[in-house]
Design a protein around this ligand. Sequence first.
Ligand SMILES: *Cc1c(COP(=O)(O)O)cnc(C)c1O
Length: 396
Amino acid sequence: MQTFSKSFTQQEPLPEAAIEAAVAVMRSGRLHRYNLVEGERGETALLEQEFAASLGVAYCLACASGGYALQIALRAAGLQPGEKVLCNAFTLSPVPGSIHGAGGIPILVDIQDDTTVDIDDLRRAAEESGARFFLLSHMRGHIGDMDAIVAACEELNIVMIEDCAHTMGASWRGRPSGTFGKIGCFSTQTYKHLNSGEGGLLTTDDPEIMRRAVILSGSYMLFDRHLAAPDAESFGDVRLQTPNCSGRMDNLRAAVLRPQLAELAERRERWNRRYRVLEEGLGQEASIALIPRSPEEDFVGSSIQFRLPELSRERIATFIAGCERRGIPLKWYGQHEPQDYTSRYDSWRYLGNTRSVPNTEKVLATLCDLRIPLTFDEEDCMEITRLIGEALQESG
Ligand SMILES: *Cc1c(COP(=O)(O)O)cnc(C)c1O
């Protein structure tokens, strides 16, 4: 049996410019973001400035992780302990975790067959719960109808926060993902679109939210050392009223991120070329239903998802095992025991009794996911589709 031998979790090495910048920071000894010498702006503040410019927003805060960015986004937006927060039921564990960490109660919202949020259910959930906040994950990079989502949130008087862990570099109708909500949150963890091991970025155009976020992240009284935050003089009372929940980014991570940010558009092209090969190949299989992509969506194809709507659980399990034997670790969201990572709402038992989300249940039962690291080339992607086809045949 032919097998695929490359690793699905191996990312590319960092660019030489990133390595050099990291070495320079280490030689300086000034790793803390606020440890600056006369006239120095620092890698972290420069990263914030460059990321804000890349999205066309006023403010950006770099912090310890994507999950941390979500947590302080909720707090900076005014979430009070015990308040309810809507979130789409198909997401990754740091999303309900960040709501929980910020003192909120996650309220699940159903998804549609294309995995994006079901706006009718969003309305129902908002009305039932009275929630004032909606944490929208663009899960696996699928962007819903943003005009309709934004309109629904406005009508329901809901503050929307975007989780862009899978849409950094993506846009919808030419507008960058992360700029539709009050706040955008991004991750620079190794498996996302930029790699600093761990890291997060929070963006907003709202000066009051940004002031709170800066203090929450642990700026002490050094907020004047930011380049993508409101003027230091405007921090007035906020600096005394906001708790310090340290979760800053350091200059070492920022140094490796800046050269990668400059490559993001090119990475998107490379990802999408690979995605198109997989999409084309998998599209040939009668039992595979690809997730349709709207022409409004300029996505980053760093992973691909498909459903097997006609196949029994048993047959899907056999198919997954066949892929595994061929060196292809497909993620199956229908698996009851969480493995590797969890995106099943029923693995988050601390949520207690949640709303029922029958379509999420139905979609996840047959949904599969494949990572597309840039260490694969287009031929690898062709080989993968061939082996997946073989495993499908063999399974039934
Ligand atoms: C990765 C991820 C996050 C944030 O993850 P961190 O590991 O905390 O950086 C948030 N949401 C989704 C959907 C993710 O995949």
